[in-house]
Design a protein around this ligand. Structure first.
Ligand code: CA
Length: 454
């Protein structure tokens, strides 16, 4: 193991004095019968919850968190709706719907003081790109902290119906001749993602390149906001898109397309979206940050309990959140997918969106090794200079990734030791095409890839 992934940084890790009796009771409630929500009887605004130990009382009772209406946002919405933020002294958290990822970026750039947001839900590596000033106005560097993973899986690559029968499945090599032919005929295959240089762009690039299709030269890539993907596929504006549930399910339900692959098939238990906030907000409100994390962890455990699936789908379906029928959301929560185009349907909860734990480790803890994959993949496609894989990556990840705060919050919440990773590295990652990412040697992973810009 390299110095980078030495077990648990002690530099910022303050040992906390064990969980309070109150939070232990709360945790048992989360794992078994969920506690009665306090959302129905919240503390008066500005008053910390009575059961929060004095030394953990948050500095403020509110924070403004942005969300995008896809299943990734469920833990934040549930933490608000089921009173988990309130139970940790944050009854006034504002969960604010963002029109698209660009709007979320603009809103975090101005912060809540300017009418924007303090943080919220992000595709990776957006918090890094914002911190580095690579996607902000005038390249302003807005330091951000990555605090927790929100979810794994629950994403996929959808294909328009008029592309049926062309071999567009998990193994894209079967469609390579077809796609290259489209390019040669000057009618390139158009594939959309919801924001460039982030998860969905990276998933569609990985999937194409694994089959020998160069995403930079053999197809046309474009940005379409998640909420417009169904309409754009209906009107023939693109042949494929990569986005979060419930949109792929809508494509299948509305019979306008089929699924080529689920991200769960490309990379089981892959990192998906994250909670990240402005560093200045976190530095000013460290206890409130941990209260948010404790509420989020309780919500993730609640979301992961199959007994809560119908209630979860019902809350997400509401007008102020996703504003879609419950029946559109529930399948992805149970791993139920109509794949189409001759592929067998999938009905496996382990292939659906996951919120808390997995055979590959915690799905809430923000592993530094997974951040390094996003940086490596960004170098692969020329989004970041290759120098990021030298000394820069370690320094940057140590600056942006606050797994130390996650650990402190988990201890305070009484999360069992078994659910708290012992190392910031998740170890070697394996992809569907046989490639491996060893976080101790990211350059070997890059060297193993046939198609890349770097
Ligand atoms: Ca996503």
């Amino acid at each position: 193991m390299t110095e980078f992934f030495a077990p648990v940084s002690r530099r910022r890790f303050l040992i906390t004095a064990g969980a309070s009796a109150v939070s232990s009771v709360l945790l048992k409630g989360c794992l078994g019968n969920p506690p009665e929500p306090t959302a129905t009887s919240p503390s008066p605004a500005g008053t910390p919850a009575a059961n929060v130990p004095a030394d953990q009382a948050p500095e403020v009772t509110t924070a403004k968190l942005g969300f995008i209406p896809i299943v990734e946002s469920a833990p934040m919405i549930i933490a608000k709706e089921k009173g988990f933020f309130a139970q940790y002294g944050m009854p006034d958290v504002d969960i604010s719907k963002q029109a698209n990822w660009g709007a979320a970026r603009d809103n975090v750039e101005i912060g809540s003081a300017g009418g924007g947001i303090d943080g919220g839900q992000w595709q990776m590596p957006m918090p890094y790109l914002i911190s580095e000033g690579l996607i902000t106005k005038n390249n302003a560097k807005i330091p951000m902290y990555v605090l927790a993973m929100l979810n794994s899986q629950g994403n996929g690559i959808a294909i328009a119906n008029n592309q049926a029968g062309k071999g567009l499945g998990l193994d894209s090599s079967k469609a390579k001749d077809y796609i290259v032919g489209l390019k040669q005929a000057n009618t390139p295959f158009r594939a959309a993602y919801t924001f460039p240089r982030a998860n969905q762009d990276l998933w569609i690039r990985y999937w194409l390149a694994a089959g020998g299709i160069n995403p930079d030269t053999d197809v046309s890539l474009l940005t379409v906001p998640a909420a417009q993907t169904v309409a754009n596929m209906k009107t023939g504006a693109m042949e494929a898109f990569s986005t979060g549930d419930p949109w792929p399910a809508r494509i299948a339900n509305d019979k306008i397309g089929f699924m080529a692959a689920l991200t769960a098939e490309i990379w089981p238990y892959h990192p998906e979206e994250y909670l990240a906030m402005r560093a200045d907000w976190v530095d000013k409100h460290p206890k409130a940050t941990k209260a948010l994390l404790k509420g989020l962890m309780a919500a993730q455990q609640w979301c992961a309990d199959p007994a809560n699936t119908t209630e979860l789908a019902t809350i997400l379906a509401g007008a102020k959140y996703f504003n879609v029928p419950v029946a559109v959301i529930e399948p992805s929560l149970t791993g139920t997918y109509t794949m189409g185009d001759g592929k067998p349907d999938i009905k496996d909860p382990e292939k659906g969106v996951r919120y808390w734990s997995s055979p590959r480790g915690s799905l809430s803890y923000p592993y530094k090794s997974l951040d390094l994959w996003f940086i490596t993949e960004s170098v692969r496609w020329g989004f970041l200079p290759a120098s990021y894989l030298d000394d820069n990556a370690k320094a940057l990840i140590d600056k942006v990734n606050r797994e130390d705060l996650w650990r402190e919050a988990a201890k305070e919440a009484g999360v069992p030791d078994a659910d708290i990773p012992s190392s910031p590295s998740r170890g070697v990652e394996k992809f569907f095409d046989g490639k491996e990412f060893n976080p101790d040697d990211p350059k070997a992973y890059l060297a193993s890839l046939a198609i890349k810009k770097a």
